[in-house]
Write a protein that binds this ligand. Structure first.
Ligand code: ADP
Length: 230
């Protein structure tokens, strides 16, 4: 469904070019559950951002089915992301002045939906992540784990084909982090939407590695290991 083909990403800082991805190719099939692991600084977040169309590669292409999303305009990529992907970040990126329900509604509104049906879907997404009783709480009134659950509900509201999670437990204590990983895996097994989890968190590695269909290890901008369990 998503394919990165020989992707290179170089960041230009002053006169020096920093090659963060050095020719990465991978395929993510529909319904797949993939864990991308590796040490901090390996290029994992950069790769996820390219897959999500949040950034474009310096060389190479990212395809969604047959379409090269890396060649779309920013607005086209934003529309593609809104319709096809859910993205979850380490730091939640919730709007503090909005309630949990309003935060979850937003991608639906951007996608052109509105009214009671959208509110029902958003409330249902919050229920699926265990926050039925927190619809009117603002982010400041929620714990870190609850904020990440709101962010996950927001990522689900447009019923994405693929959920991309960038260090979703990076800002949480290990117990809460485990719960978030469990939640993501149970959503994946119930909904059968694709799931990609990026983590450098060794404590999650075992659990993710046991359940993921494919584990990709990235080091210094290259895939150094790719293991499929199916
Ligand atoms: P990981 O997610 O594996 O920790 P990242 O993809 O976040 O790695 O970063 C890889 C490298 O790229 C790091 O050395 C980081 O400092 C650098 N980097 C990331 N984003 C930028 C940027 N916008 N500009 C310059 N360098 C960056």
């Amino acid at each position: 469904m998503i394919e990165a083909r020989n992707v290179v990403k170089t960041y230009q800082t002053g006169r020096v070019g920093l090659e963060v991805l050095r020719g990465v190719s991978l395929q993510i099939d529909p319904d797949a559950f993939i864990a991308i692991m590796g040490p901090s600084g390996a290029g994992k977040s950069t790769l996820l951002h390219l897959l999500a169309g949040l950034d474009t590669p310096t060389q190479g292409e990212v395809f969604w089915e047959k379409e090269a999303i890396s060649r779309l305009s920013d607005a086209q990529r934003a529309a593609f992301r809104n319709q096809k992907l859910g993205v979850v970040f380490q730091f939640y990126h919730l709007l503090p002045e909005l309630t949990a329900l309003e935060n979850v509604l937003l991608p639906g509104l951007i996608g052109g939906r509105s009214g009671k049906p959208l509110r029902r879907v958003a409330a249902d997404c919050l229920e699926r992540v265990g926050l039925k009783e927190r619809l009117r709480h603002r982010p400041g009134e929620l714990s870190g784990g609850e904020r990440q659950r709101v962010a996950i509900a927001r990522a689900l509201v447009n019923d994405p084909a693929l959920l991309l999670c960038d260090e979703p437990t990076g800002n949480l204590d290990s117990h809460t982090g485990e719960e978030i990983i469990e939640l993501l895996m149970s959503l994946h097994s119930r909904q059968k939407q694709g799931l990609v989890v990026v983590t450098h968190h060794v404590t999650h590695h075992v659990k993710l590695a046991e359940r993921a269909e494919k584990v990709i290890v990235l080091e210094d901008g290259r895939i150094v290991q790719e293991r499929s369990s199916k």
